[in-house]
Design a protein around this ligand. Structure first.
Ligand code: PGA
Length: 253
């Protein structure tokens, strides 16, 4: 049986204020009542509370794009899990390749953030993926396994609660989507790796694909047996295209 799909929109550093509110209003109208798919949007921190307000009464969940592992403290510029929860956030993206590449996030910091999210009841969307150079050197599985092993035991402590997102770095924001075969190969390898933590973890953990997912390519990707959803960047900034991706997800009860 197919796992319930998760379609998550990563707004990145776009739509942080009034434009975010407007997008949320359009999303609620266009795909705010779907009961068969988990729909999540992750606006910038500045728009979280306002977007939470717009999403009230809809089935769209609120996500954040990052968190600090501590609950509070002298960490200028950072935001903690309890603060996100208080703003209405239920999901959090962790270890996105932009954070790994541009902001020095490591496998260790990703694991610490996953632990903090789980401790406070936030659902982590933990990202991993290889660069073009790593893929061309034939190192894709080695790299994603290393990234995965850093947080897998932590994630497995609550089977099915958090999700993994495979995002080949060369496919993010480039328009170069991985072929369904390339994506499914990594997803099934990750599923096998999840089984090291028990059959329930392998069966219940949803693995999303991200990297240039658009309304036109979503259905073929989401049809794959081990692709359980999508993490969408560019196409999540437009309500119509995001909701078309949501509509492409197979329904589950
Ligand atoms: P993209 O971004 O859909 O614009 O490629 C995906 C992501 O970075 O999560």
């Amino acid at each position: 049986m197919k796992r319930r799909a998760v379609i998550a929109g990563n707004w990145k550093m776009y739509k942080g204020g009034a434009l975010g509110v407007e997008l949320a209003q359009k999303l609620v109208v266009a795909c705010g009542d779907l009961a068969t798919v988990d729909v999540v949007v992750a606006p910038p921190f500045t728009a979280l509370a306002a977007v939470a307000h717009e999403l009230q009464g809809s089935r769209i969940d609120l996500g954040a794009q990052n968190l600090h592992p501590a609950a509070e403290g002298a960490f200028t510029g950072e935001v903690s899990a309890p603060m996100l929860l208080e703003s209405g956030v239920r999901w959090v993206i962790i270890g996105h390749s932009e954070r790994r590449q541009l902001f020095g996030e490591t496998d260790d910091s990703v694991r610490d953030k996953v632990r903090a999210a789980l401790e406070h009841g936030l659902r982590p969307i933990v990202c991993l993926g290889e660069t073009l150079a790593e893929r061309e050197a034939g190192r894709t599985l080695e790299v994603v396994h290393r990234q995965f092993d850093a947080f897998a035991a932590t994630l497995a402590s609550k089977p099915g609660f958090g999700v993994v997102a495979y995002e080949p770095v060369w496919a993010i924001g480039t328009g170069k989507v991985a072929s369904v075969e390339q994506a499914e190969e990594v997803h099934s390898a990750l599923r096998a790796r999840l089984a090291n933590h028990g059959p329930e973890v392998a069966e219940r953990t949803r693995i999303l694909y991200g990297g240039s997912v658009k309304p036109d390519n979503a259905a073929a990707l989401l049809d794959q047996p081990n692709i359980d959803g999508a993490l969408v960047g560019g196409a999540s900034l437009d309500a119509e295209s995001f909701c078309r991706i949501v509509a492409a997800a197979p329904s589950a009860a």
